[in-house]
Design a protein. Sequence first.
Length: 313
Amino acid sequence: MTQVSDASAGVLLTPFALRAVERLVALDAGHGATAAVPAVRELLHDVPELSADPAALHAEDSDLLAALAELCEVIGWILFDAGLSHTAHRMNTRALALAELCGDRAIARLVLLNDSMLHARAGRPGAALASAARVSGPRPLPTLVGTLVLVRRAHATAMLGGHRDADALISRARSRFLDGASRQDPPWAWWIDQAELTGHHGWVLARLHDWDRAIPLLHEAATAPGPSYRHLFTAELLAALAGAGAWRDAEDLIADLAPRAASIGSVRTTETLARTAARLRGCPAAPVNLRDAAAFLLASVPSRSEGQDRLSR
């Protein structure tokens, strides 16, 4: 790869980076994040600009910086869903710095919302709220961006025990989504659709242990067609069924999930499934058949070595 100081390299790299974004998004949507990790590893090896100090790229063309910011954002998302959270956070930091260098506020907002999700996953709801708060500015947010901010705030607030506030926030998110996308919404907001909002609504209610309302919503989202990463809603549905003591439904879901668990390409999903399966296997109140099914599911999900949060070559 030509050095970044070569102006012609920037001209060539910009369309290359945008094509890489399309390829990674297609891989992730079709096969899951783990299927996209080898392509990420190859890109990081072949494109030094993805690892360079963003400050060293300040003189580059704004189109190149924007393309690199978007590519770093997509890489950060894939690494997060592949269970490589620390590396994902570093890539988010790089994406945000590049977006700020070229003034790409749309990608900067997406990176902050991704980082909010990462903090929530790590059990840091305060940091999740802080990242979401940074998205807002002096002007009203576009509809779908504002919807996603409310979703992120709802999850973090639920984790902090704010039952009424979390319920109100996710309800506001559903209501705002119904306004429809605005002309100011960025292209990256394509994936914020009805099924996504339904799944997050159910997930927030499950965090509040409001099982009666959460389970139907999670079931609706889990059974809707969509990208591979939405298997997470199925995992959250199983966790909600276990929390509600809905043993028969949980056993039926495991019977459907276990044969295909090994092919799920989201480590977030398989880790959630494994935690629920382990809990059910050791639950004295659960029927023996369910405990046996949970043991089978636990053996079926892909294992992950301790300390695997890195991109080994």
